[in-house]
Write a protein that binds this ligand. Structure first.
Ligand SMILES: [Zn+2]
Ligand SMILES: [Zn+2]
Length: 248
């Protein structure tokens, strides 16, 4: 993963300098971000794959996971392994290598990825048996580069727009590790970790920044529990009808 995130940032910066900021379709950024960051990452990867909040049919799950593949957050297998195998059970303990407690903000934002790739895959073995998870993990890097290359050959502005949103969605998740496990924000629940809620970040993270609420009750699909809190991810899932669908 580290070997995609750093080149992606260099490519993006180089593209902006070479082509200029007008080489991004500004009007497409928000809809694309809702599609990738909201439906792919927060709803597909996090809420459905990791916590099974919605019980969607397999084909719909795979569509959402495939959107998540373009968010620079690793393969579905990697993400679930890290989140369920390490993040929730070990949050802010000495074993939590994603925590700001163990290496500061840089570590929790990006540095942990240097250690993560070899460690996390030990934790969730059952998904490896499924072809989709095995293949998307094995070909994660070439898949991402191929999508960018093919789109870039057709239209460089579209490729730069996609890359902009991919980088945005990486930081959408990383800011939660950095800020919602630091001793800021507010807590509704006395959890054993440092998780806290950050209302200002809630929209930008599709609700994940209501993080203390989520750590206190990971199986609750709606992270907003008190008056004045709003879970944009749950709202998005509701208006898309995902809260009503039940796999047969
Ligand atoms: Zn957390
Ligand atoms: Zn979670």
């Amino acid at each position: 993963m580290y070997s995609l995130i750093v080149p992606a940032h260099i490519l993006w910066l180089g593209g902006l300098i070479y082509f200029g900021p007008s080489q991004v379709y500004g009007v497409a950024v928000v809809p694309l971000w809702i599609l990738l960051g909201g439906l792919g990452l927060e709803i597909g990867y996090h809420r459905e794959l990791c916590h099974q909040h919605f019980k969607l049919p397999s084909a719909l799950q795979k569509i959402l996971y495939s959107l998540g593949l373009l968010t620079l957050n690793g393969s579905p297998l990697f993400f679930r392994s890290l989140h369920i195998g390490y993040h929730h059970p070990m949050a802010d303990t000495p074993s939590d290598f994603t925590s700001p407690r163990n290496g500061g903000a840089y570590n929790s934002h990006i540095g942990y990825l240097r250690k993560a790739t070899s460690m996390v895959l030990l934790s969730v073995r059952q998904l490896r048996g499924e072809r989709y998870f095995r293949l998307t993990h094995k070909f994660y890097l070439p898949l991402n580069y191929a999508v960018l290359l093919v789109i870039g050959l057709i239209d460089t502005t579209a490729a730069m727009t996609l890359l902009t949103v991919m980088i945005l969605t990486y930081h959408q998740n990383a800011v939660v590790s950095t800020f919602c496990h630091s001793k800021s924000g507010y807590r509704n629940f006395e959890t054993p970790d440092d998780s806290n809620n950050q209302k200002a970040l809630s929209f930008l993270t599709f609700g994940l920044a209501l993080h203390n609420n989520h750590h206190a009750a990971p199986s609750n699909p709606n992270f907003a529990v008190k008056r004045g809190e709003f879970d944009a991810g749950y709202f998005l899932a509701t208006i898309c009808g995902l809260t009503k669908i039940r796999a047969s």
